[in-house]
Design a protein around this ligand. Sequence first.
Ligand code: F1P
Length: 337
Amino acid sequence: MHTYNEIMKQAQQLDKTKEIVQSLTFNEDAVDIVLFTGCGTSFYLAIAAARYYQSATGEVAVAVPASELFLHTDTHILSNKKYNIIGISRSGTTSEIILALEHLNGSENIRTMAVTCNGDTPMAEVANEVIALNDISEKSVVMTQSFSNMLYALQLYAAKISQRVELMNQLEKIPALVKTALGNGEQLKQVTEDLTKKRFIFLGSGAYNGLAKEATLKLKEMTQTECESYSNLEFRHGPISIVDEATVVILFTQKETKDFDQALIKDIQKLGGFVGVIGIASADLEADLIIRLSEDIDDLNRLVEVVPYFQLLAYQRAIFKGYDPDKPRNLTQVVSL
Ligand code: F1P
């Protein structure tokens, strides 16, 4: 059971990741835009990391799928701006990420960084800087601890660049919080073991939108369930029409969404949908399932604490339905063009 072991051992890896990032020195020369890129899970990670980076440092940060950078370069890259392009890839060998970095390398306005679980790859070779988490060698096809660890590494990187000690202090709590989260999988069983539920929707805004997208991918990869993700309040603008008794909506809440959560939950429940909430939630919030997280840490710093919940949701659902999470359908560990 590689997938299960890799999920359950991610807290220990986070401690190692912290040491690695803390031991590195980074190029801090100013750029106009920090662009995060990757494919699949690594692209969803890029979305969360970009939102975190911009909020932490006050610098402009965007996320673009790696293939877009060589297919539609002018759509994404301005020749008169300076970029730090941060490529994310567990394997460091995915075709599109290498093509993208090779395509952009050489321009005097662009410097690159690779964030990977393998520092001995063409991707790491091509980049100007590298964060290599070499201890993570996932056997599983689906990305689990590589996702949480590369996201954590990029949060620590942003905190370092910003020189904001309070961010670093909060991020240091993450390995312990993830350990606790990994012990809370039981709470998900009323969803994972209910086969009348056929459709899953994950709602997350800001940096949590990247997590919502990654949650859909985990469930798709491990259970082939059709699922969707939206920014929380976007859901009412059309997609809500698909809600019925077979629909589960998992809502990632944050301080900023608090005033809007209850009405959204009620609107979904009125249509027969089941709503699970993960995050800070006031004592009077009503939903079908609430996984209440402590307020000791800001929502943006706690991103990685939320990850085990949706990974375990996908894993438990796969096991309950009789699928083997180690052998996801139609997938390979590395995609080559
Ligand atoms: C990215 C990725 C994964 C996906 C599958 C194929 O790989 O697309 O998101 O789950 O396993 O590879 P990488 O570039 O991060 O190695």
